[in-house]
Design a protein around this ligand. Structure first.
Ligand code: NAP
Ligand code: GDD
Length: 346
């Protein structure tokens, strides 16, 4: 019998990579999708086409709907639950604080309750975030006190503690992966890295003359998403549940990302990038850098894709998507490090 996984957020960046990874491991994969009048499965279409040999099933539902989550848990009877679904955009959370609290915070509790009440014995991964560290000085690790700086971070922190409470109070096998920023060609288009890589492609294509950004000084620890979904899986294969930090240990500013991306395309970024304060956040997270010693020690997990390789891969992908010639250095540098990934450029 194959191992059965249930993934919330399967249509997102991480969910699509995780589904691909687990299907490659021989899993039967079930995913929660929101009903939508347009197709939400763009990132999954390559998997749905051959449906992993019929091992991929999508179920309509919503993290706001506790009854549906309970029914699905009972029906699917998963061995592993990966809870990735969330309103995941930090800037948007300032405009939608209550909605973000409901979906990103309470949504986790609805799913934990569905697990507990169904009596299904499964392992549970919670997509916690480095945003929870907020203003805590870098580098941050599992012992660093949290200091959330947005409604999104506060909602994630609530989920983090509820996961710990369900472990301590009810004995569930539940783990927090505290992940730093991870990016890819599948990254949502309004997150800064993808906005930049697409911006380069649009400028080269003649579809845009400038790229408007917010705070260029914020520093992030940016890694490559497919490596992080492997970390999620490894965390659930442990003998005991625990909470671990996942990141590269390197930090770069948004400005560094811009310079690298435009430089790779032989463009002088100063001619094209304009800063608009309307993109600034009411409270910013200035500096994130992971200390992932524990993930290395317990899981043997390490991020291997470097910052320039990540930037180049993303620019290559957006150039190709715009039918432009791509230097291909990002793809070449990746080699076959992520063997299970069918097409790193899409
Ligand atoms: P993403 O691309 O924004 O995907 C979010 C997923 O959640 C999408 O599948 C979305 O569905 C789904 N979703 C949103 N609201 C929902 C609702 N009400 N009911 C059911 N599903 C809902 O995010 P990601 O980058 O893959 O990140 C995955 C998770 O890890 C998120 O929880 C994020 O907060 C967390 N995280 C991400 C990073 C990172 O750097 N990527 C780092 C740390 C933590 P639709 O497609 O229908 O919108
Ligand atoms: N989105 C965006 N758009 N961010 C910009 C822009 C812009 O035009 N200009 C500058 N930035 C800055 C933001 O102010 C922030 O400091 C940084 O770029 C990164 O922003 P995002 O790419 O939106 O990511 P994030 O760090 O806020 O959040 C992401 O990573 C978290 C993990 O640390 C999301 O994936 C979260 O879901 C995740 O938890």
């Amino acid at each position: 019998m194959p191992t059965i996984a249930f993934i919330t957020g399967i249509t997102g960046q991480d969910g699509s990579y995780l589904a691909e990874f687990l299907l490659g491991q021989g899993y039967e994969v079930h995913g929660l999708i929101r009903w939508c009048s347009t197709s939400p499965t763009q990132r999954l279409d390559h998997l749905l086409q051959d449906a992993g040999g019929g091992r991929l099933t999508l179920h309509c539902g919503d993290l706001a709907d506790a009854a549906r989550l309970g029914a699905l848990l009972a029906e699917v009877q998963p061995d592993e639950v990966y809870h990735l679904g969330a309103q995941s955009h930090v800037r948007v959370s300032f405009d939608l604080p209550a909605y973000t609290g409901d979906i990103t915070g309470l949504g986790t509790v609805r799913l934990l309750e569905a697990v507990r009440r169904s009596g299904v014995r499964c392992r549970f991964y919670q997509a916690s975030s480095s945003e929870m560290f907020g203003s805590a000085p870098a580098p941050q690790n599992e012992a660093t006190p949290f200091w959330p700086r947005s409604p999104y971070a506060a909602a994630k922190l609530y989920s983090y503690w509820m996961v710990r409470n369900y472990r301590e109070a009810h004995g569930l096998f539940v783990c927090n992966g505290i992940m730093y920023n991870h990016e890819s060609p599948r990254r949502g288009e309004t997150f800064v890295t993808r906005k930049i890589s697409r911006g380069v492609a649009k400028i080269l294509k003649g579809e845009a003359t400038q790229l408007v950004l917010g705070n260029l000084e914020a520093r992030r620890d940016w890694g490559y998403a497919p490596e992080y979904v492997e970390g999620m899986w490894r965390l659930l294969q442990q003998g005991e549940p625990q909470d671990l930090v996942f990141g590269t240990g390197e930090t770069h500013s948004v400005r560094d990302f811009v310079e690298e991306a435009f430089g790779y395309a032989n463009l002088d970024w100063r001619q094209f990038v304009r800063v608009d304060p309307s993109y600034f956040r009411p409270t910013e997270v200035e500096h994130l850098r992971a200390d992932s010693t524990q993930a290395r020690r317990f899981l043997g997990w390490e991020a291997t894709v470097t910052f320039p390789q990540l930037v180049r891969l993303m620019v290559d992908a957006d150039l190709r998507a715009a039918d432009l010639e791509a230097p291909g250095e990002g793809l070449r540098a990746l080699g076959n490090r992520v063997r299970w990934l069918r097409n790193p450029l899409s």
